[in-house]
Design a protein around this ligand. Structure first.
Ligand SMILES: Cc1cc2nc3c(=O)[nH]c(=O)nc-3n(C[C@H](O)[C@H](O)[C@H](O)COP(=O)(O)OP(=O)(O)OC[C@H]3O[C@@H](n4cnc5c(N)ncnc54)[C@H](O)[C@@H]3O)c2cc1C
Ligand code: FES
Length: 308
């Protein structure tokens, strides 16, 4: 597909396609904005950007943290939204399609967006090869992210694994609106607990629960949540990354009438609502409906999510 795009875009008026050379490394369309480019369409919320890698360092054995200098329009991204990333190849062969990735942090002053990602398959392993100074093509910001209601004074964030990367920017959003955050960080072991520094740096209280010492068991997390509710620290619930934690928050949310939001993951192709590859089932007013995770979400009303 990328070859095809490279082929098409090189056909200028008056030239035949046959005369155009193909550049196998040419990943980009010519509409993508680079840092400092004049924005001819500043009202558009979404764009394609060619950022410059500032750093791309390991945070533990499995996850890397990418800091990308981007055009100012990309800085409009907010918590829970995602970008669709054109990952480089880890092995020289084609990497088909972009990869969806939540925004981890936006630093307006430094002009950077950040991603925290697990190096898993070919796309994210290719992303892991990016070096400072490299260019990286991202499209977005896409989707509907988290929203905080003015009446909420204290929220509880509960995430696991890579879900913590998606939830982390909630700490930025909450800090900006003077909302208190308790973040319960669930992980297999201490070595893969993520986003703790980001949450704490913005004034959140964190509670770590681990598989390795049994504290991540649903019964224990339920006890912690009940204590927070009793202490008036849970005006709303937020979760991502675990079906059993989603179910727990749904149950307690229903019991105590606490609203909530969940960030969902689904395999995507277009990322902007056209292909319907990412549909999932939701339950709205007792009826089962299909929604596109990329366009209608990825953040949804917690009580409407059917889980997986
Ligand atoms: C809204 C959203 C936000 C995400 N945020 C993050 C994040 O902040 N950090 C992070 O590490 N990961 C995140 N993911 C998961 C990330 O998209 C996948 O890990 C990534 O696409 C895997 O690509 P790969 O080539 O490394 O793996 P492969 O397994 O080789 O991928 C093969 C195909 O499956 C798709 N795929 C595989 N796993 C997932 C998945 N979990 N979700 C969606 N598509 C998948 C890929 O996009 C690709 O098309 C997010 C996913 C979604 C939908
Ligand atoms: S990925 Fe195409 S509609 Fe969601």
């Amino acid at each position: 597909m990328r070859l095809y795009v490279a082929y098409i875009k090189r056909v200028l008026p008056g030239e035949t396609a046959r005369s155009m050379p193909l550049d196998l490394n040419d990943n980009y369309t010519n509409s993508a904005l680079r840092v400092g480019d004049v924005d001819r369409d500043p009202q558009r919320p979404v764009g394609e950007f060619i950022g410059n890698v500032v750093s791309n360092a390991w945070v533990n054995d499995e996850y890397k943290h990418l800091v990308l200098k981007v055009h100012e329009r990309a800085l409009k991204a907010y918590a829970g939204q995602m970008f669709h990333l054109l990952c480089p190849s880890p092995d020289g062969a084609e990497v088909w399609m972009r990869r969806p990735m939540s925004i981890y942090r936006v630093d307006q002053a430094a002009g950077v967006v950040e991603f925290l990602y697990k190096c898993e398959g070919r796309g994210t392993r290719g992303m892991g090869t990016l070096q400072p100074g490299d260019e990286f093509n991202i499209a977005g910001p896409l989707g509907a992210g988290f929203k905080l209601q003015p009446s909420w004074k204290n929220i509880v964030v509960l995430g696991r694994g890579v879900g913590l990367a998606t939830l982390a920017p909630l700490s930025q959003l909450a800090a900006a609106q003077g909302v208190g955050v308790t973040a319960i960080l669930s992980a297999r072991h201490e070595g893969v607990v993520m986003s703790k520094d980001l949450f704490e740096g913005l004034g959140a209280r964190t509670i770590t629960v681990l598989d390795s010492d049994g504290t991540s068991a649903v019964e224990n997390v339920e006890r912690i949540l009940e204590e927070l509710i009793a202490a008036g620290k849970a005006d709303a619930f937020f979760t991502c990354g675990s079906n059993r934690l989603l179910k727990l928050m749904q149950r307690l949310g229903k019991k105590h009438n606490i609203p909530g939001q969940v960030a969902m993951e689904q395999i995507m192709v277009c990322g902007f609502g056209a292909c319907y590859v990412c549909v999932r089932t939701f339950e709205v007013d007792g009826k089962r409906v299909l929604k596109r995770v990329c366009r209608d979400g990825p953040v949804f009303n917690m009580q409407e999510a059917v889980g997986w």
